[in-house]
Design a protein around this ligand. Structure first.
Ligand code: GTP
Ligand code: OAA
Ligand code: MN
Length: 604
């Protein structure tokens, strides 16, 4: 241990004893050149973004105010699920869907990785709060990081800085979230634009409510308030305290009669949450406003209804496919600037571009790997998991109640995935337990949001497969119990949607995007008791007449295909669901086996 004081370690702007002790311990372990307490100010943003420009990590955009282009190391572009661990004390608590290592063993492995890992760099202390600081029990965290990119991105994605640190007082609880790129610099050693390590660990210690991340600078691995805290750690808190932490968007829907409904929806990564959250309805009189696009924390109110809150403060959205035709509100949000664009292409006039932004590609671009690109190039200009990082307050359709600590009462929950076959455009669960079954058996094709093969169908329960911080069987029980413990007439109704079904030629059967408002309309009419449905083996599906397809360029046969429940396709699902459920042994709530029996008998 060095006797020379690390600059910034003394005279910290807080008297929070546990925080001070932890920062000191981690600084002594990782030996940064200095410690900087992040205040969240504009001056700090200016300084850090300029530093990133000078380091060659950022390019300042000419065409958008206060915005930056950034390219990562091509080996560090997505969440690394195979390097993500739930280190519960008991292995059984991590369950069959998570990687596990004994917490003491993991700590000793990572302590050796962390030893000296910030040499030549700055350790930033980022006080943050997930959800409003004004909440009754504000959900504090503190991230330590040696990445300026992380500091800048956290300022967009979460509430951070001095006012959060002040609100933490001298003893409020917080989640310690430790992050390092794992790329120390020796004296005189030149830095690279995107430092990271080949060794990566994304680790949650659920009992301690603590996060340790190493080796990656990519959003979902490094912005620890997001998936690590707000889903993996928060799901454990939610289990213990009787609430729900979910991978869900939150939207406000106003009908032509000016009735307001709040809807939450869980789709796996890169399966349409941001798009639905910002939807521009194509049917007259309907209005959508945004509350959240990725994460919902849901607690029961005194009136017995389930209230949802978005703990985040920014959007970390999939860039490709986001365009004026598909998601104009996202385009309007980023036009205002104050954004970081990672792994997209750069235009010759200092703007950004990606596949799907406009119908025609520019004649020349610099691609995400820094190479010349033309429409004739073999590879796409942007990585399929390239992202925009933008303040949610810039969203032109942000609902005014987005930061109400109380949240908004949810009327309907949608589950959905990306399936070429089998899953109809929309179906409604018969009751809560059937809805839990839909969530527990949710399946989707894998996407570029995680490393590994793309397009492989896998079970992604509640769109939470990579994010449940404990045994998924216990998580299903938590959902079943939630239904049992609350007034069933006040619970949200549950629906299952699929925007991604294909026809024989491989084209999408349903136009999607703004046209999804037609499905939301049917959902509301179900809540109101006015829309007709046919009962199928998998739930209530719209009659061809009850779904508003007026003005849509679809034949009645195409609508029928989109809504079809084909018993032969579902019979193929049954053994897959059986195999999936068997993984959980006696942790699987028996109601799930009951639901599977109901499905089987209805298919027979
Ligand atoms: N065909 C079709 N594609 C869609 C639809 N909605 C979204 N997409 C595409 O799916 C991709 C991912 O959409 P997002 O809305 O960013 O997905 P997300 O669930 O927010 O993703 P994460 O941020 O990874 O959690 C984009 O390329 C979209 O253009 C739809 O209704 N139909
Ligand atoms: O976490 C991330 O990196 C981005 C995201 O929203 C997801 O993958 O679901
Ligand atoms: Mn997500």
């Amino acid at each position: 241990m060095t006797s020379v004081a690390t600059p910034g370690l003394e005279n910290a702007p807080t008297t929070h004893a546990r925080l001070l002790a932890w920062v000191r311990e981690m600084a002594e372990l990782t030996t940064p050149d200095r410690v900087v307490w992040v205040d969240g100010s504009d001056e700090e943003w200016e300084r850090l973004t300029q530093q990133l420009v000078d380091a060659g990590t950022f390019r300042r955009l000419d065409a958008k105010p206060n915005s930056f282009w950034c390219a990562s190391d091509p080996r560090d572009v997505a969440r690394v699920e195979d390097r993500t661990y739930i280190c519960s004390v008991d292995e059984a608590d991590a369950g069959p869907t998570n990687n596990w290592m004994d917490p003491a063993e993991m700590k000793s492995v990572m302590t050796e990785l962390y030893r000296g890992c910030m040499r030549g760099r700055t350790m930033y202390v980022i006080p943050f709060c997930m959800g409003p600081v004004e909440a009754e029990n504000p959900m504090f965290g503190v991230e330590l990081t040696d990445s300026e990119y992380v500091v800048v991105s956290m300022r967009v994605m979460a509430r951070i800085g001095s006012y959060v640190l002040d609100a933490m007082g001298e003893d409020r609880p917080f989640v310690p979230a430790m992050h390092s790129l794992g790329a120390p610099l020796d004296p005189g050693q030149a830095d690279v634009p995107w430092p990271c390590s080949d060794t990566k660990y994304i680790v949650q210690f659920p009992e301690e409510r603590m996060i340790w991340s190493y080796g990656s600078g990519y959003g979902g691995n490094a912005l620890l308030g997001k998936k690590c805290y707000s889903l993996r750690i928060a799901s454990v808190m939610a289990r213990d305290e009787g609430w729900l932490a979910e991978h869900m968007l939150i939207l406000k829907l106003t009908s032509p009669q000016q009735k307001v409904y709040y809807v939450a929806a869980a789709f796996p990564s890169a399966c349409g949450k941001t798009n639905l959250a910002m939807l521009e309805p194509t049917i007259p009189g309907w209005k959508v406003e945004t509350l959240g696009d990725d994460i919902a924390w849901m607690r029961f109110g005194e009136d017995g209804r389930l209230y949802a809150l978005n703990p985040e403060f920014g959007l970390f959205g999939v860039a490709p496919g986001t365009g004026w035709d598909t998601n104009p509100n996202a385009m309007r949000t980023i036009e205002k600037g104050n954004s970081v664009f990672t792994n997209v292409a750069l235009t010759d006039d200092g703007d950004i571009w990606w596949e799907g932004m406009t119908d025609d590609a520019p004649a020349h671009l610099t691609d995400w790997k820094g190479r010349d690109w033309t429409p004739e190039s073999d590879e796409p200009s942007s990585h399929p998991n390239s992202r925009f990082c933008t303040p949610i307050t810039q969203c032109p359709i942000l609902a005014p109640e987005y930061d109400d600590p109380k949240g908004v009462p949810i009327s309907a929950i949608l589950f959905g995935g990306r399936r070429k076959t089998t899953i109809p455009l929309v179906s409604e669960a018969r009751d809560w337990n059937h809805g839990v079954f839909m969530g527990a058996t949710l399946s989707s094709e894998t996407t570029a949001a995680a490393t590994g093969a793309v397009g492989v169908v896998r079970r992604d329960p509640f769109a939470m497969l990579p994010f449940i911080g404990y045994n998924a069987g216990d998580y299903f029980s938590h959902w079943v119990d939630t239904g049992k413990q609350h007034d069933s007439t006040k619970l949200p109704r549950i629906f299952y949607v699929n925007w991604f079904r294909r026809d024989e030629d491989g084209g999408f059967l349903w136009p999607g995007f703004g046209e999804n408002s037609r499905v939301l309309k049917w959902v509301v009419e179900r809540l109101e008791g006015t829309a007709a449905a046919v009962e199928t083996p998998v739930g209530h599906v719209p009659t061809v007449d009850s779904l508003d397809v007026s003005g849509l360029d679809m034949t009645p046969e195409q609508v029928e295909q989109a809504l079809a429940v084909k018993p032969e396709e579902w019979r193929e699902e049954v053994p897959q669901i059986t195999e999936w459920f068997e993984k959980f042994g006696d942790k699987l709530p028996s109601t799930m086996w009951d639901e599977l029996e109901i499905l089987k008998s209805r298919l027979a």
